[in-house]
Every structure is written in structure tokens, then in C-alpha cells.
Design a protein around this ligand. Structure first.
Ligand SMILES: Nc1ncnc2c1ncn2[C@@H]1O[C@H](COP(=O)(O)OP(=O)(O)O)[C@@H](O)[C@H]1O
Ligand SMILES: [Mg+2]
Length: 130
């Protein structure tokens, strides 16, 4: 396990850009951390690192934002796996793209077994660990 210390949102985004270089098609990354930890900031960096030029916003209301073959999920408002299936979220994980998932604990049964995890803890200075 590696730990990266981030002192600002910008440092978290920069870490995400570097981390993106380790990803390959078919990977799923679960972002763990409480509300406001910096999961979306981290996703913004990863998406930039993957070459996405669009502005990255939280998909809290849409559940998933699509950027070509990269999918950014926010499952905060999903309360059951049945709801996730009904929304069609299962399909994304079999498409051979890269899936970035905030609040994956709410759709645990849909997440591929071989997923990666990034955990953000701490207030002020954040610790990002894999
Ligand atoms: N080191 C840091 N890394 C990421 N965000 C930070 C950091 N320090 C402060 N922040 C602030 O915390 C908030 C993180 O928001 P966001 O990325 O939306 O969190 P989450 O998606 O986990 O709810 C932003 O307002 C950001 O400016
Ligand atoms: Mg978020």
C-alpha cells in the first residue's frame, strides 16, 4: 500500500493525473472517503490524465457521467442494488472501458471482483492510499 499526502485540491487532482497512467481498459476504481473528502477532485484528475477535455462535474443527480469509454459514477443516492440494476448501471462494467466509482459500497454487488481502490482520509491534509 502506498500513501500520498495531499495538501490541496490541486495536489489531489495532480495525483489523479499521475494515477491515471497506471490504468488500462477494463479497470474499475472505487473511490472511498466521506462526503467532501475529495473523491470527485480525484476523479477530475484521473479523467484529465486519461485525456478527457470536458469539464468534470459530480454526477450526483445523473448517477453516471460518460466521457467516451470512461464512466464516472456517484452512487451516493442509490439505496439498493435492485435500484442500481433498474437504472442499468450493471451494463457499464462489462463494456471494456474504465469505471470510476464514488460510493461503490452502495452497489457492491455490481462491482467487478478485481477492482482497484483509492481511499481518502483526513481533514485538512488528505491521505490518499491504494
Ligand atoms: N487535499 C485536498 N484534496 C481534495 N479536496 C480538498 C483538499 N483540501 C480541501 N479540499 C476541498 O474539499 C472538497 C472536496 O470536494 P469533492 O471532491 O467534491 O469531495 P467528494 O467527492 O469526496 O464528496 C473541495 O471543496 C475541495 O476544495
Ligand atoms: Mg463526489
Amino acid at each position: 500500500m502506498a500513501v500520498f499526502l495531499s495538501r490541496s485540491e490541486e495536489e489531489t487532482v495532480a495525483f489523479g493525473r499521475e494515477y491515471a497512467k497506471t490504468l488500462k481498459a477494463g479497470d474499475t476504481v472505487c473511490l472511498e472517503g466521506e462526503l467532501g473528502a475529495g473523491k470527485t477532485a480525484l476523479c477530475r484528475g484521473i479523467l484529465q490524465g486519461l485525456g478527457v477535455k470536458d469539464e468534470v462535474t459530480s454526477p450526483t443527480y445523473a448517477y453516471v457521467n460518460e466521457y467516451g469509454n470512461v464512466f464516472h459514477f456517484d452512487c451516493y443516492r442509490i439505496s439498493s442494488e435492485a435500484q442500481a440494476y433498474a437504472l442499468g448501471l450493471f451494463d457499464y462494467f462489462g463494456r471494456g472501458g474504465i469505471c470510476l466509482v464514488e460510493w461503490a459500497e452502495n452497489i457492491r454487488g455490481l462491482i467487478p471482483e478485481n477492482h482497484k481502490t483509492l481511499r481518502i482520509t483526513g481533514r485538512g491534509v488528505r491521505e490518499i492510499s491504494d
